[in-house]
Design a protein around this ligand. Structure first.
Ligand SMILES: [Zn+2]
Length: 462
């Protein structure tokens, strides 16, 4: 409804609407608690390993104490009190080992029992679990959890010299340019947030030139976005011989998808700047941010990451991640098997900062959908995150003319649900492409056990 109205506005009014939305977002994110947290963590992040462990131990104790008292799921587990003692590292290990691993299936059965009873309803913000498996589940968080997440993001950006007053360009998933618009500009501006938002839904071969123009012409100090989208733009820049001069940007900050080697090479060469990737999840249970040595540092103040080791070698160990977030006071996730695999390095990073370091985390890899008019559209799994009456979904594409959408419906799924799904798909893919929705019992996994939300023969990513 709002989207329909927005689509009819002239571009200047859409820019105004984006600025207003940006203003409202920033009021939620950049609270006094955010500023306090950022200042504190900019200091603690450079601290010794012992000081980081002491900080983690303190936060873990608070988390477990609260969970035992106010969170029905943990209360019923009858957990022992968190361990104390003079060695924080040992106390953390002891405390965690007394708590069973939380599987996604368990959360799926009773999400309500993870909601803390001591947080006033008025403070709760509704979110959704991350959708690597195509399963969307409700969760709750507070403005403080969001502020802590943004503290990790800004700590990383500020290390590279980015400031709050810098303009930037974003290649994220927002629908900010009506699908029917055929001529540039394919971006809108949010003056309040000093941000240019590019549409990811207009990237046809014929339109790429105007994206490259925008990258060159719009004043900006840094870029943020999904690796797959930045890769498309980067490739167009290289093919047209129009890379940005080295050092023009302070950095490129990617998130939300696995950053693959071929993404990195193209993007860094085209934009003339280093990529700093971030691994986070909608559960506010883990945050890792990249340093100049291209290693993912666990944001130790934000949570604890354990590796359920299945494989190891000289200097590394690898396996599914178990994450414990300190910041999500509304829906605490303790030792949560998030569904991603990681490779942890067993010696400190050469950048000099202390704490846990990962060489990589395998999140998602998915293909693009290619529309009949040649647009390449990624991250369609976001649609399913919003549709709670669908348990799992996968999009298959054999030719540019059509897609097939497999869904595992929940009981509440009905005609209205199907219409909602179609509307969401049409708003991103347009009216021409043929869409076939098929109900299935289950969706097969890849040979490596991973779920792929989008499989396209014509829009292969790798
Ligand atoms: Zn490092």
């Amino acid at each position: 409804m709002i989207l329909k109205l927005y689509g009819r506005l002239p571009i200047f009014a859409q820019n105004w609407a984006c600025s207003w939305a940006g203003y409202r977002r920033s009021r939620l994110r950049y609270t006094p608690y955010f500023w306090r947290t950022l200042s504190a963590w900019e200091i603690s992040g450079n601290g010794s390993l012992a000081s980081l462990h002491a900080l983690q131990h303190g936060r873990l104790r608070t988390l477990v104490e609260r969970a035992r008292k106010y969170v029905p799921h943990y209360r019923d587990l009858d957990l022992p009190p968190p361990a104390g003692g003079s060695d924080p590292r040992e106390a953390i290990r002891e405390t965690l080992s007394s708590i069973p691993v939380l599987e996604k299936a368990h959360y799926r059965e009773t999400p309500d029992r993870f909601l803390a009873e001591d947080i006033p309803r008025s403070k709760l913000i509704r979110g959704r679990t991350s959708g690597t498996t195509g399963t969307a589940l409700p969760l709750w968080f507070t403005a403080e959890a969001l502020a802590e997440e943004y503290a990790t993001i800004w700590r990383m950006r500020r290390r590279e010299g980015v400031g709050f007053r810098d303009w930037y360009q974003a290649f994220g998933g927002q629908i900010i340019v009506p699908f029917s618009q055929e001529a540039p500009p394919f971006y809108r501006s949010n003056r309040h947030g000093r941000q240019f938002l590019h549409s990811l839904y207009h990237m046809t071969p014929g339109n790429m030139g105007s994206y490259v123009d925008a990258v060159h012409d719009l004043p900006s100090s840094y870029i943020i976005g999904y690796p797959s989208s930045l890769h498309l733009v980067g490739r167009a820049m290289l093919e047209g011989g129009r890379s940005l001069p080295k050092g023009h940007l302070k950095g490129i900050f990617t998130s939300s998808e696995s950053l693959l080697a071929f993404h990195r090479n193209t993007i860094e060469e085209a934009f003339g700047a280093k990529i700093y990737d971030r691994y986070g999840t909608s559960e506010f249970a883990v945050s890792m941010t990249m340093c100049r040595e291209r290693k993912l540092h666990v944001d130790m103040e934000f949570g604890i990451v354990e590796v359920d080791v299945v494989e190891s070698g000289d200097g590394w160990e690898r396996g599914p991640l178990l994450v414990t977030g300190f910041g999500n006071d509304a829906t605490p996730f303790i030792r949560y098997r998030i569904g991603d695999l990681g490779t942890r390095l067993t010696s400190p990073c050469s950048c000099g900062r202390e704490g846990d370091v990962f060489a990589d985390v395998d999140g998602r890899i998915e293909d693009f959908i290619v529309t009949p008019d040649g647009r390449r559209i990624g991250r369609l799994d976001h649609i399913f995150k919003d549709l709670l009456d669908i348990a799992e979904a996968q999009i298959l594409q054999e030719t540019e003319a059509a897609i097939e959408v497999l869904i595992v419906p929940r009981e509440s799924y009905d005609r209205a649900g199907e219409e909602r799904l179609l509307r969401e798909l049409r708003s991103r893919l347009g009216e021409i492409i043929k869409i076939d929705i098929r109900k299935v019992e289950s969706i097969p996994r890849e040979p490596n056990g991973k779920f792929r939300a989008v499989r396209s023969r014509v829009g292969k990513q790798s």
